[in-house]
Design a protein around this ligand. Structure first.
Ligand code: SF4
Length: 386
C-alpha cells in the first residue's frame, strides 16, 4: 500500500532541498532502531551533514580517497572479462555448480544512463529471469527501487545480482580482507546491512509483478567477495542475513508510521538552517540546538560509524552523564543504572542502592576497591623506582 509523505516532514526540513534515502541511510536505520532523531531527520530528507556542522560538531564521515580507490580497483578486477574471477570464486570457493552464464552490464542501456531507463531495463531482465525466460545470468550494477515513507528510493548496488537455479543471490564486493573465511565483524555487518536493502527491493519488484514467493526466490544469504588473506586474489563467503533483513523490514514499516513519532514533537519544530543565497546558514546556532534537543536521540558509540550527527549526539550524551557513551558491553550489565553520576555514586558508597541495584552496587564497590588498590600499588612502585 502506497503511503503519502507526511506534510509535517517538509516543515521539519524547511527551505533546504530534500535528500533522499540511500542504501547507507537505510542501513543506518537497522543499526540504531531506537533513535527518533535519526528517524525524523532522514524521513524529512534533512541534510544531517550541514546540520551537524552548524551545531559546531561537524563529522568527518566516509571512506578515505585511498580506500575508495582501492575498493573500485578491486571491484574492477573481480568483474573484468565478464566477471571471470567472480565466477571462479562462486564455483571453486562456494561450490556452486554454475554452468556457463551470461553477463549483463546495467551501468547504462545503449549509452543512456538515466535512472528510469536503467530501472526499466533492470526490471525487464530480472522479471524475465524470475519467470524462467533467462537463467544463470550475472547482472552488473542493476538499478533497484524501494518506496520509503512515500518517496521512491533508487538503490544502485555496488554488486552483481545473479540467478542460480531458482534463486537470486545478492553479491557484495568489498575490499576488506577475508582471512580464513572470516572478516572484520563490523565491516561485514555494514556491508550486509546495505545488501539487505537490495534484497527487499528485489523482492518488492517481484511481488509487484505478481510473482509468487518472492521471499524464497531472493535468497537472504548474501555472497560476500573480498581479497583473500591480504592478497589481491578474491575469495568469498556466504553471510546469513535473515535477521538483518527482518529488522530492516520492520524499520521500513516504522517509517510508514513516522506520523506517530511526529505527534510527540513540538508543532513548530524545524531543522531549517535558513541558508542565504550563498548557502551560509543564518539561523542562530542556539536556536538550532534547542530544536534538536526536543527530539529524543539514542546515542551509542557505534553511531560514530554510521551517522553524521554522531559528534553532536555524543556531546549531548556526555553532558547528560549518560552511560551510553561507553557502549553496550558496559551498559548492559549495568541494567537499571542509567547515568555516570549514579554508577560512580554507587561505586563510592555515596548513594543508597534501590532493591534492583543492590547486586550491581556490590560489584561496583568491589571494582572501585580493586581499582584503588591497583592505583595505590602502582604509585608506590613508581616512588620506589625514583
Ligand atoms: S548519532 Fe545521534 S542521531 Fe545519529 S543515530 Fe546516533 S543518536 Fe541517533
Amino acid at each position: 500500500m502506497k503511503v503519502a509523505p507526511d506534510p509535517r516532514l517538509d516543515a521539519l526540513r524547511g527551505s533546504a532541498p530534500r535528500l533522499n534515502y540511500n542504501a547507507r541511510s537505510l542501513a543506518a536505520l537497522e543499526n540504531n532502531p531506537r533513535c527518533t532523531l535519526r528517524a525524523v531527520l532522514d524521513a524529512s530528507g534533512s541534510n544531517k551533514t550541514a546540520i551537524a556542522a552548524h551545531t559546531g560538531y561537524p563529522t568527518q564521515f566516509g571512506q578515505s580517497i585511498f580506500a575508495i580507490t582501492r575498493g573500485n580497483n578491486f571491484e574492477k578486477m573481480v568483474k573484468a572479462n565478464g566477471c571471470a574471477e567472480l565466477l571462479r570464486v562462486l564455483r571453486e570457493v562456494l561450490e556452486l555448480p554454475i554452468p556457463e552464464v551470461g553477463y549483463r552490464d546495467l551501468n547504462d542501456v545503449g549509452g543512456a544512463s538515466g535512472l528510469s531507463v536503467r530501472y526499466t531495463e533492470t526490471e525487464k531482465l530480472l522479471l524475465a529471469a524470475a519467470r524462467g525466460d533467462a537463467d544463470g545470468t550475472l547482472y552488473d550494477h542493476p538499478l533497484l527501487r524501494l518506496e520509503v515513507g512515500g518517496q521512491p528510493v533508487f538503490l544502485e548496488p555496488d554488486l552483481v545480482a545473479f540467478k542460480f537455479g531458482a534463486q537470486f543471490y545478492v553479491v557484495e564486493i568489498k575490499s576488506f580482507p577475508i582471512v580464513d573465511g572470516q572478516a572484520d565483524t563490523a565491516l561485514v555487518k555494514s556491508a550486509t546491512t546495505q545488501a539487505c536493502a537490495y534484497i527487499l527491493a528485489l523482492r518488492t519488484m517481484l511481488a509487484a509483478a505478481g510473482i509468487s514467493n518472492p521471499d524464497e526466490i531472493v535468497s537472504d544469504k548474501i555472497v560476500l567477495i573480498g581479497p583473500k588473506n591480504f592478497t589481491n586474489r578474491p575469495t568469498g563467503a556466504f553471510v546469513d542475513a535473515r535477521n538483518q533483513v527482518k529488522n530492516l523490514a520492520r524499520q521500513l514499516a516504522r517509517i510508514e508510521r513516522i506520523g506517530n513519532q511526529l505527534d510527540l514533537l513540538p508543532e513548530d519544530l524545524t531543522f531549517d538552517l535558513a541558508e542565504d543565497k550563498d548557502g551560509r546558514p543564518q539561523r542562530p546556532r542556539d536556536e538550532l540546538l534547542d530544536a534538536l534537543d526536543t527530539v529524543p536521540a539514542a546515542y551509542r558509540p557505534d553511531c560514530l560509524n554510521h551517522c553524521e550527527m554522531a559528534f553532536f549526539c555524543r556531546s549531548r550524551a556526555r553532558a547528560a552523564g549518560s552511560l551510553d557513551v561507553i557502549g553496550s558491553t558496559v551498559t548492559e550489565p549495568l541494567g537499571g543504572i542509567d547515568t555516570m553520576t549514579m554508577a560512580l555514586g554507587l561505586a563510592r558508597g555515596e548513594l543508597e542502592p534501590n532493591q534492583e541495584q543492590i547486586e550491581m552496587a556490590v560489584a561496583l564497590r568491589h571494582a572501585a576497591r580493586l581499582r584503588a588498590e591497583l592505583v595505590d600499588t602502582s604509585s608506590t612502585s613508581m616512588r620506589s623506582a625514583r
